[in-house]
Each structure stands twice: as C-alpha cells, then as structure tokens.
Design a binder for this molecule. Structure first.
Ligand SMILES: C[S@@+](CC[C@H](N)C(=O)[O-])C[C@H]1O[C@@H](n2cnc3c(N)ncnc32)[C@H](O)[C@@H]1O
Length: 313
C-alpha cells in the first residue's frame, strides 16, 4: 500500500472517530492540554500571559476596556457564514470568544515551536520571516497598499508592517474579539503608521475595486471550507490592481509530515481544524486561475508549510 493510500485510510478512520461527540470532545481537550504543556516547556507561560492580557495590567480579572474596544470594532449588521460558527481550535464558540482571542498568540508560539530544531518560542517568528523573505524576493515593487486577510489578533499584520513600513495595511477578520486585541496591540507600538482594522468576511469586504497591491493570507486557508476559499480568491482578485499579487502561507498538503503523522496526533489535529480535509483537497492552482490569477509560484517554508504567490493575470 502506498504512503498516500495509507494516509487516506488513516484520515478516514480519524474522521469516523471524531464523528462521535464524546470522543471528539476528549480529543479537543487532549489537544489543548498538549499545547499548553508545550508552550510552558518552551518558556511561554500560557496561563500567566493570558491573565496579563485579560487584565491589561489592572486589578480586574477582565479589564472593562475590552468590552469598549469590542463595541468600537464590531460591525453590528454583519451576519456570520455558517462555517464560521462551529467549534474550532477546541473552543466551543470557535473564534467568536474572548478565550480564543486571548490565547491565539501563545498558541501560535506553541504550534510552531518544533518546526526547526532548537527554535522553541522563536519558531513562529522564523516561519513568518521565511514568508516575508519570499515576498520581498518575488514581488519586485514593494506594495504600497496591503490587505491582510484573516489578520487575527494582528500578528501577521504588524509583522507585514515592519517589512513594508511605508505601506498602508488593512487587516480584515471575522472575529471582532480578535480585532479588539489587534487594535489594542497595535496601539502600544511606537510605529508611525498603524494598520486599519476591519470587521468583515474576507469573501465580501465591501472595500473598493483595485485598491491593493498585495492581498496576503497568512495561516488562514486551512481554516476555510473550499467554497469560502474560492470566494476569497475571487474577492482578492477584485481588490487587486493590475499587476498586483495574492500570496498565502499555510500548511503544505504535500508535506510528508501529514502523510506520516501518527493516527493519535492526526486525531488531535483534526479535532481542532474542522476544514483540514477540504483545504488539503483544494486544487489551489486551478482555483487561482479561475479567479483570474496567473500560474502561482510555490515554495516550502518549513517541513510542513508552503508559500504560494500569484500575480493578477
Ligand atoms: C489561524 S488565524 C491566523 C491569524 C493571522 N493571519 C496570523 O498569521 O497570525 C486565522 C484567522 O482567519 C480568520 N478567518 C477565518 N475565516 C475568515 C473569513 N472568512 N473572513 C475573515 N477572516 C476569517 C479567523 O477569524 C482567524 O483570525
């Protein structure tokens, strides 16, 4: 039996296990405990960091300023697509909760800690850096206007801003909780130019046509069902100027790491990433072409991540 067919069988078995709710809940619990343990083993004090962020250095367990920040950023008339409303990353309310928002940064450090030997908590920064290096090498003219799709708490946005300090960057995300944190984090930075934050679905941003030189999606596509991924590519095409680029950095479906992943670990991974099968099965090159992009260039960032860059056709 080939590696691919063994991997497919394992994946199907894992899906059957995860269809049983008590087992899926157990897997989510295990996945979360494993992440917290890993974070603390690399010197990222998960519980303490989250406590600090929640209180914002005040006496309160949860700083009231967060609710004000949320009210300011939230688009009240927004209706969420169904796929976004399900449990995600072991959070019952998916990305629509303070818990998810407060923990996303420490989780990123834990998840990327083992990408390179001895990188530890710096693995996340190294992964982002490898993406930026590719953007700088393969996009000749530094982009002046950038849309960071699925910007989360702004880690990818602020990192892009430091690579392109002259650019005006907009971060768009569906979670107002994540955006509230993005806004707070960016307000603490000394940077003269601060990103603009937008609460909207990346597939229907309502931003003007041809307003951007670069649309970037960092670690977003593995969270999307195929329909949404394709709509986001079409929206990116609408938003890009002639000659503009779409770029994404995400898990690499062709990586042997996933094909050889032990079933227990694959179960934990899939319990927190409900659209992983759809992402792995997406024919990105065809989807990009159909949306109006030229043939993309693809690079490996790590043993399990890839960057894809495509120019408007
Ligand atoms: C794993 S996080 C990545 C965050 C950030 N780009 C980074 O690199 O740290 C994925 C983000 O995509 C957002 N997202 C998922 N689907 C979206 C959609 N349809 N429109 C806008 N944001 C979306 C989620 O809310 C989440 O913040």
């Amino acid at each position: 039996m080939t590696l691919l067919s063994t991997a497919t069988l394992t994946s199907q078995l894992v899906n059957r296990i995860l269809a049983i709710k008590p087992l899926s809940d157990l897997a989510k619990h295990q996945a979360r405990s494993m992440m917290i343990k890993r974070a603390e083993s690399i010197g990222v004090y998960w519980r303490e960091e989250v406590k600090q962020l929640r209180s914002r250095g005040t006496e309160a367990e949860f700083a009231p300023a967060w609710e004000a920040e949320l009210a300011q950023i939230q688009a009240v008339d927004l209706s969420y697509p169904d796929y976004y409303l399900r449990s995600f990353h072991a959070y019952e309310q998916g990305n629509l909760s303070w818990d998810a928002a407060m923990e996303v940064e420490v989780a990123a450090y834990a998840v990327h800690a083992r990408l390179w030997q001895d990188a530890g908590a710096k693995g996340d920064a190294k992964l982002r850096q490898s993406y930026h290096t590719l953007l700088q090498q393969h996009i000749a003219n530094p982009p002046q206007t950038i849309l960071d799709v699925g910007c989360g708490v702004g880690m990818s946005t602020v990192a892009l801003q430091s690579v392109y300090p002259q650019a005006h960057i907009t971060g768009v995300d569906l979670s107002p909780y994540f955006l509230a944190i993005a806004q707070y984090r960016s307000s603490l930075l000394p940077s003269p130019s601060s990103p603009t934050w937008l609460h909207a679905p990346a597939e229907a941003t309502k931003l003007p046509n041809a307003a951007f030189d670069l649309v970037s999606a960092h670690l977003v596509f593995h969270e999307l069902p195929q329909v949404a991924a394709i709509e986001i590519l079409q929206e990116a095409r609408r938003l890009l100027r002639p000659g503009g680029h779409f770029a994404l950095m995400d898990m690499n479906p062709n990586s042997e790491v996933y094909a050889k992943m032990p079933p227990y670990i694959l179960t934990l991974l899939k319990s927190t990433e409900p659209y992983l099968d759809e992402y792995f099965a997406l024919d990105l090159e065809t989807a990009l072409w159909d949306a109006g992009f030229a043939k993309p260039i693809v690079f490996c960032n790590s043993s399990r991540h890839r960057t894809v860059i495509a120019q408007v056709r």
